[in-house]
Design a binder for this molecule. Sequence first.
Ligand code: CA
Length: 361
Amino acid sequence: MIKRVKTIFAILLVALASSLLCSQSFAADKVYRLKLAHSWPTDFPIFGDAIKNMADMAEKMSNGRIKIRIDSKNKHKAPFGIFDFVKSGQYDMGHSGSYYWKGKVPNTLFFTSMPFGMTAEEQYAWFYYGGGFELMQKVYAPHNIVSFPGGNTGNQMGGWFRKEIKSIDDLKGLKMRIPGFAGEILAKVGAKPTNIPAGELFTALEKGTIDALEWVGPSLDLRMGFHKIAPYYYTGWHEPGSELQFMVNKKKWDSFPDDIREILRVAMRAAAYDMYAQSYHESAENWAKMKTEYPNIKVKTFPQAVLQAMKDANDELISEMAKKDPLAKEIIESQQAYLKKVRAWTKISDQSYYESMEKLK
Ligand code: CA
């Protein structure tokens, strides 16, 4: 009798162990097939590279358990539809620019780059250690989206103009492609801002739909050919460190096991930082090329009075936004306080270093 009970017990134990092993190996073998939609044309350099990097890293780090299918705007036909795709779950992931959604959710505009705001390094410090990431989730969570930094372009150039901008009057009535908060500023000083997706920029400029545009900087602008039509190339003020974004459908994100979430988080973060390095490299390469191969480009800085008028418009608009919405106020106060603190350090570290070097033979 005792022997039989022992045998039954042993059989049960083996059955239990094997079922446990089985369920574990089932979890470890599960393949997560995710679909990602982005705002850029197929094989778009730098931005597209960051997405592919992220997907490759996630697949390798997960030993093939994460497979991400990437659809460009050529496939899904909606470069500015990424927010809705991810929110609804039509796509699991997205890659785009947070400030593209300001018409839907005004507080999304704070998480790309703010005019007269932080540079890439300063903003990364804010995102990861200064409360920026948490504020971004506060804006996105009600829309069923988790948003992550998705690659920085570095300081952007102020754009391409057909004519020289000598005073603020030259901006009045000017039709310019310029997204984000900078667009609001230009509207306030009398220009006509609009946003147009990357793939349609050259045609819009060529056809005269717009008189001027900003895109990124030498890393991506030269290959677009804008200089052929608008040779005045202004230095930046409006996007001192533009961060793209990865988005993940929140319901999906919350359903992933810890290891899958962690692999994706690390892959997105590494790909974002790598894009910043690549952007810096490509900017330097193309800037060097520009001087020799594109002699017709006239590099300019906006006159002091024009910059001041835009800064005044910026300050007025920012304080209006803060008054209207408590979350906007919280983000603005966080960014302004952080900028003040971090800039004091940038000045004594980087700026002092550049100035010292300039004076040496
Ligand atoms: Ca831009």
